[in-house]
Design a binder for this molecule. Structure first.
Ligand code: PMT
Length: 209
């Protein structure tokens, strides 16, 4: 009831993407963990607090053309959460047993009814390209936007700017430092071009992003 495992993400990059998609006319469902940002205009917002809730919300919304996973979902959770505040006792450290959370992006990527275009992020501290490429392949993701956790000596979390290494199965492209909004707009242009190029694919047949 008092302490929890969290992360440093502010939601700025994810909210900027949701907003840019809506500005370009997409029907957008934004599934968001706890942040202090205002909901973007013309976006259906679903608020969640745990990885399980996020996975369930994604499962409920799976019938979309494109999914973009920018959330910094925890990789582990406490096996048994306490019902009352853990008290300090002399020289004895509490033992926290962790279990894995569901990997939502991987689950979506490998789902038989996966959206046509599955996009993930990778937040890395080292070997950025290699780790991101591994993630892309392992999670069956079409595009990965890799960002270094430390950029110009500052953390990417809660920053207003970002710098991206874009990876698909055929391309590696560096996106120079820019505002998170500009990165979002660039991504949306790319998504739009992708769907214009996929011959015979009717974007209208599904509801949203
Ligand atoms: O929110 P900001 O402060 O603006 O910062 C933006 C950001 C750094 C959070 C964002 O740009 C970013 O990199 N998001 C992904 C962060 C992350 O958790 O990366 P990862 O490399 O650990 O995960 C890889 C991918 O798997 C991500 O798409 C993530 O959403 C997904 N994932 C991870 C764990 C998990 N249990 N389920 C997942 O779906």
């Amino acid at each position: 009831p008092v302490r929890f495992i969290g992360n440093r993400s502010s939601g700025k990059q994810g909210y900027a993407i949701a907003s840019a998609c809506a500005e370009q006319g997409a029907s957008v469902c934004l599934i968001s963990g706890p942040v202090t940002l205002e909901a973007p205009l013309n976006v259906r917002l679903i608020k969640v607090e745990t990885a399980q809730q996020m996975k369930q919300a994604c499962a409920d919304e799976l019938n979309v053309d494109c999914v973009i996973c920018a959330a910094a979902v925890a990789d582990w959770q406490i096996k048994q959460t306490a019902n009352s505040k853990l008290k300090k006792s002399n020289n004895k450290l509490p033992e926290l047993i962790l279990t894995e959370t569901p990997d939502i992006l991987s689950w979506i990527g490998q789902h038989p009814s996966r959206p046509k275009l599955v996009i993930g992020f990778a937040a890395e501290t080292d070997s950025i390209k290699k780790n991101a490429e591994d993630k892309r392949a392992r999670k069956n993701v079409d595009w990965i936007l890799a960002n270094s956790v430390i950029q110009s000596g500052k953390t990417v979390f809660n920053s207003d700017i970002n710098e991206i290494l874009f990876l698909s199965n055929t391309e590696v492209e560096y996106w120079d430092t820019d505002s998170k909004q500009a990165i979002a707009q660039k991504l949306v242009r790319r998504i739009s071009n992708y769907f214009s190029d996929v011959r015979g694919y009717d974007v209208q047949k599904k509801d949203s992003i």
